[in-house]
Design a binder for this molecule. Structure first.
Ligand code: BES
Ligand code: MN
Ligand code: ZN
Length: 499
């Protein structure tokens, strides 16, 4: 799908369809008014008949209006004028693309009223147009045996109206938005795969395949003996109950020019390809959703492909700890003690708190890279879902500026995160009689004590942690990966790169 801009004379645009906004009061927006006068007042007549209410996300396709270049017009409801803003605009554009995906329309010009520039400036306007268009057409890479429904023919999207002075910013936004959507697809495709396909070995292989498509990416995969040489005892303790061997994946985007030798941004992803809980077995309801427990890894791999696709002048290194958490005769047991790569010992009181065990060894590995910042991404705790629900990811860490940077990136990317406090008291709950500390600290404040555990391995580094347990996937009828927090990470990296 290609993206362009249009600037004036909506009635003469040579496209298959125009998307035009209508408020709930039946008022025509600026662009709709131009169109209405070009076609002799037909739009007004149609609205007067009450065929279209203008409710947010409502759409109506009209064909063959006289006097205009486009063969069709899609009306898109914008809701009441007073509550119109970026959120409703996103919703309207999403439903317009979904409606068009069911037609033969190949080219479309977007002529929705734009939200206030304070809410959506030229760059983010372009970005949202492209990101939403591609995301709305995303189809789950399912393994259904029937014939695949044909994919939407939509090929060309014209964003506008865009004045000359804004063209550069909008075009830059369109390029970035398309790349973010592509990265989200990489993420979602990986996360939606079942656990019997997407194993640690598969994840490492996919990282290699993706890296081949981008010149700037280098991949190194540590197999089990190499992981052993790294003394990643906590990661190995999780892996030992599975027939699937673990993998530790290192992906580097070198950056360009001066950035090549600068301290890198290191992204660390939890890649539990299936989390049964281990010997501390999870209950059956919804256990299948634990195939999404590698969403952090998927986000990190996706973010690296984005850095490469946009050729970001920023050194970025992704670290993915990939394991399967299973119970078997060789599995780690409650009370077992593992020695982490950092030398600190951990009493594993609950084998279902496995994410922190693989991340602590990955975070220790990050130290040798002398990072400018380390951000880990993990579906880490059910407690995070209890605390924040499904709208915000949790942002924590030992550097408030870095946490704030991520929160702000989430606001701009419409992929929000909310801070939780990781003060010293929480780490005290991890006390153990037998090892340096335990891997769990009771139910209370579970998202934070998990972060406090990670904090034992990140001292001296600028570190932040995103718990995406509530945001990375949807359950129920909508079951599937959301691709979050890939948009947040994308915004973070684009800003860090100074683009
Ligand atoms: N992968 C889970 C967390 C999770 C729960 C992610 C729900 C997405 C949705 C994690 O490994 C886990 O099991 N955490 C335990 C920790 C507890 C034993 C301290 C949890 O949250 O129950
Ligand atoms: Mn678990
Ligand atoms: Zn898990």
């Amino acid at each position: 799908m290609r993206f362009e801009i249009w600037s004036k004379a909506i009635a003469t645009l040579d496209v298959d369809c125009l998307v035009v906004g209508v408020f709930e009061e039946g008022q025509l927006t600026g662009e709709a008014r131009d169109l209405d006068s070009a076609c002799g007042g037909r739009l007004r007549k149609l609205l007067a008949r009450g065929d279209f209410q203008g409710k947010a996300a409502e759409t109506l396709l009209i064909a063959d209006l006289p006097g205009i270049g486009a063969t069709r017009v899609l009306l898109a409801g914008l809701g009441p004028r007073k509550s119109f803003g970026r959120k409703i605009w996103r919703k309207a554009w999403t439903s317009a693309v979904v409606a068009l995906s069911k037609t033969a329309v190949k080219s479309v010009a977007l002529a929705l009223t734009r939200p206030d520039a304070k809410e959506l400036d030229d760059y983010y306007f372009g970005r949202a147009v492209a990101e939403i268009a591609r995301a709305a057409l995303y189809r789950i890479n399912d393994l259904k045996s029937g014939k695949k429904p044909r994919s939407a023919p939509l090929e060309r999207v014209l964003a506008g109206p865009v004045e000359k002075s804004a063209a550069a910013a909008v075009n830059r936004g369109l390029t970035h938005g398309a790349a973010i959507a592509d990265a989200c697809k990489v993420h979602r495709d990986l996360a939606n795969l079942p656990g019997n396909v997407c194993t640690p070995t598969f994840l490492a292989q996919e990282a290699r395949v993706l890296a081949k498509r981008h010149r700037s990416l280098r991949v190194r995969v540590l197999d089990e003996p190499a992981i052993r040489r790294e003394k990643m005892g906590c990661l190995l303790a999780v892996a030992q109950g599975s027939a699937q061997p673990p993998r530790f994946i290192v992906i580097e985007h070198a950056g360009s020019g001066k950035s090549r030798s600068a301290p890198p941004v290191v992204l660390v992803g939890k890649g539990v390809t299936f989390d049964t809980g281990g010997v501390s077995l999870k209950p059956p309801p919804a256990m299948d959703e634990m195939k999404f427990d590698m969403s952090g890894a998927a986000a990190v791999i996706a973010a690296l492909t984005l850095a490469a696709a946009l050729d970001l002048p920023l050194r970025v290194i992704g670290l993915v700890a990939a394991v399967e958490n299973m119970p078997d005769g060789n599995a780690v047991k409650p009370g077992d003690i593992a020695t982490s790569a950092s030398g600190q010992t951990v009493e594993i009181l609950n084998t279902d708190a496995e994410g922190r065990l693989i991340l602590c060894d990955a975070l220790h590995y990050a130290r040798r890279l002398r990072p400018a910042a380390v951000v880990d991404v993990a579906t880490l705790t059910g407690a995070c879902v209890i605390a924040l629900g499904h709208h915000h990811s949790a942002a924590m860490g030992n550097d408030q500026a870095l946490v704030a940077e991520l929160v702000e990136a989430g606001v701009r990317a419409d992929d929000r995160a909310w801070p939780l406090p990781v003060t010293e008291e929480y780490a005290e709950q991890l006390k153990s009689n037998f090892a340096d500390f335990a891997n769990v600290a009771g139910r209370d404040g579970g998202a934070i004590t998990a972060a406090a555990f990670l904090g034992k391995f990140t001292q001296g580094m600028k570190w932040a942690h995103l718990d995406v347990a509530g945001t990375a996937f949807l359950g129920g009828a909508q079951k599937g990966s959301t691709g979050r927090p890939t948009p947040l990470l994308a915004d973070f990296l684009i800003r860090r790169a100074g683009l």
